[in-house]
Design a protein around this ligand. Structure first.
Ligand SMILES: Nc1ncnc2c1ncn2[C@@H]1O[C@H](COP(=O)(O)OP(=O)(O)OP(=O)(O)O)[C@@H](O)[C@H]1O
Length: 363
C-alpha cells in the first residue's frame, strides 16, 4: 500500500496548450492517503479517467509528477507500479478456467502454489463464483466475466493501490450492491489504497471514506459524504450530490442577512462577499413550507411520494426549486411561502462557497 502524491499535476491532450480550457485535467496538488478508499465522482467528460490513467501509468501527464510513497513514478510503466486495476468492461482469457484467470496475476509473480490456491479460493468466494471455478470463461455472461475481472484486480494482497474505473457498469443491480459491500469489506480487511471512478453518487457515497468530486477538469472538493452534504464547496457539488440536489438562489448578502427578492433570510453566521455573483444554497431537506407570514412567496407545482420522503416541487423567486418532507409530514394547508433552516444555508460567490467570516454582528 502506498500514499499517492499528485504534485502540480495537469494534463492536456493538445501538443501546445494555451489556456486553462485546453487542459482535460487542471492543475492539482493532492496526497491520497495510504490505506484510504476514495471515490472519484463527476459527470461524463469531467476528467475522471484521465486522472485515473495518470495514476495507473497508462497516460503520462503533460505537466507535474506522480509519487508513490515519495518516489517519483511519473515515467514508470503500469507494470512497474504494482497496482491492481479493474476496468468498465471485462478483461478475461476465454480459453482459461475461472480459477486460472484468477490465478494469473499471482502466477506472474511466481507465488507458491499453495498460496495461489488460498487466494484464488478466497477471492472466488468474494465474487460469488466458488461453484464455477473450474468452468471455462468462454460462454459465461458479461456479468460473470466482469466479476472475474474484479476478482483478478483484487486477488493480490501486496499491491500499492487498487484502481477501479466504473467496474460495476455491466453488473446487474442486485449483484452491484453485493459487490460494493464486498469491496468495502476487502478495504476494511486489507486497508488497500483504493480509487474508484464512478458517475453514480450512491456508488461513491456507499463505497468511499472520501469522495473526490470533479467538474470540468478540476477537483472541486474532496470530503467525507457528510462534508459534501453539509458544506458543498462548489454549487456543482451541491447540485450533483443529493436527490434532489441543492437549491441555489440568487441573493444579496450583507453580514448575517441575505435577501432573495423582497424576502430577508437570516444566515447562520457573518459572511463577506465581493462583487461576484452571490447565491445561497439550501438543500431541499432544509426548506420549510408555510401558509402566510414571512418568507419567499412560493407556489407548489407537484408533490411526489418517494417512499420515505415527499418531494415538493415548487416555484419561487423566478425559478423552480424543491423541498423535502419526511414520511408522515404534511404540506401545510394553503402553503404559499418558504423559509430556510439557517443551519442548512451556505453562501456562494461565483459558484465557490464563501466561508463564514467568524465575526458576529453586534446585537
Ligand atoms: N485520448 C484523448 N484525446 C483527446 N481528448 C481526450 C482523450 N481522452 C479524453 N479526452 C477528453 O478529455 C476530457 C476528459 O475525458 P475523461 O475520459 O477523462 O472524462 P471522464 O470523466 O472519465 O468521462 P467518462 O465518464 O465519460 O469516461 C473530455 O473532454 C474528453 O473528450
Amino acid at each position: 500500500m502506498a500514499k499517492i502524491t499528485l504534485d502540480n499535476l495537469a494534463h492536456s491532450y493538445l501538443p501546445n496548450p494555451q489556456t486553462e480550457d485546453d487542459f482535460a485535467l487542471k492543475e492539482l496538488n493532492h496526497d491520497w492517503q495510504d490505506g484510504e478508499a476514495y471515490a472519484l465522482l463527476g459527470s461524463s467528460g469531467c476528467g475522471k479517467s484521465t486522472l485515473l490513467n495518470i495514476i495507473s501509468g497508462l497516460l503520462r501527464p503533460s505537466h507535474g509528477r506522480v509519487l508513490f510513497d515519495g518516489k517519483d513514478v511519473t515515467d514508470q510503466a503500469t507494470a512497474e507500479r504494482n497496482i491492481g486495476q479493474v476496468f468498465q468492461f471485462p478483461v478475461v482469457y476465454d480459453t482459461m478456467t475461472v480459477r486460472q484467470n484468477l490465478a494469473f496475476p499471482l502466477r506472474n509473480r511466481r507465488m507458491p502454489t499453495e498460496e495461489i490456491a488460498r487466494l484464488v479460493q478466497k477471492v472466488g468466494a468474494m465474487i460469488g463464483m466458488e461453484a464455477e471455478l473450474d468452468r471455462k470463461a468462454r460462454g459465461l455472461t458479461a456479468d460473470a466475466k466482469q466479476k472475474i475481472s474484479l476478482g483478478r484486480g483484487m486477488v493480490r494482497e501486496d499491491v500499492n493501490a487498487l484502481l477501479f474505473d466504473e467496474p460495476l457498469t455491466v453488473i446487474d443491480p442486485h449483484m452491484k450492491w453485493e459487490l460494493r459491500t464486498q469491496l468495502k469489506k476487502l478495504h476494511q480487511d486489507f486497508g488497500h489504497t483504493m480509487i474508484y471512478v464512478t458517475h453514480d453518487q450512491t456508488e461513491a457515497l456507499t463505497f468511499a471514506d472520501k469522495v473526490v468530486v470533479m467538474y470540468d477538469g478540476r477537483v472541486v472538493q474532496i470530503g467525507t459524504p457528510q462534508e459534501l452534504f453539509e458544506r458543498p464547496a462548489h454549487t456543482f457539488v451541491g447540485y450533483f450530490i443529493g436527490s434532489p440536489g441543492m437549491n441555489v438562489f440568487d441573493a444579496k448578502v450583507d453580514g448575517m442577512q441575505a435577501r432573495i427578492g423582497e424576502a430577508a433570510i437570516a444566515l447562520p453566521a457573518h459572511h463577506t462577499t465581493g462583487r461576484g455573483r452571490v447565491q445561497i444554497g439550501v438543500r431541499p431537506e432544509f426548506v420549510r413550507l408555510h401558509a402566510g407570514g414571512e418568507g419567499i412567496p412560493a407556489s407548489i407545482h407537484r408533490i411526489e411520494d418517494v417512499g420515505r420522503h415527499k418531494i415538493v416541487r415548487l416555484e419561487a423567486a423566478g425559478g423552480e426549486f424543491n423541498a423535502l418532507l419526511n414520511e408522515g409530514a404534511a404540506v401545510p394547508a394553503g402553503a404559499d411561502r418558504i423559509t430556510f433552516d439557517p443551519a442548512g444555508i451556505n453562501v456562494y460567490e461565483n459558484d465557490w462557497r464563501v466561508a463564514p467570516s467568524g465575526r458576529r454582528d453586534a446585537a
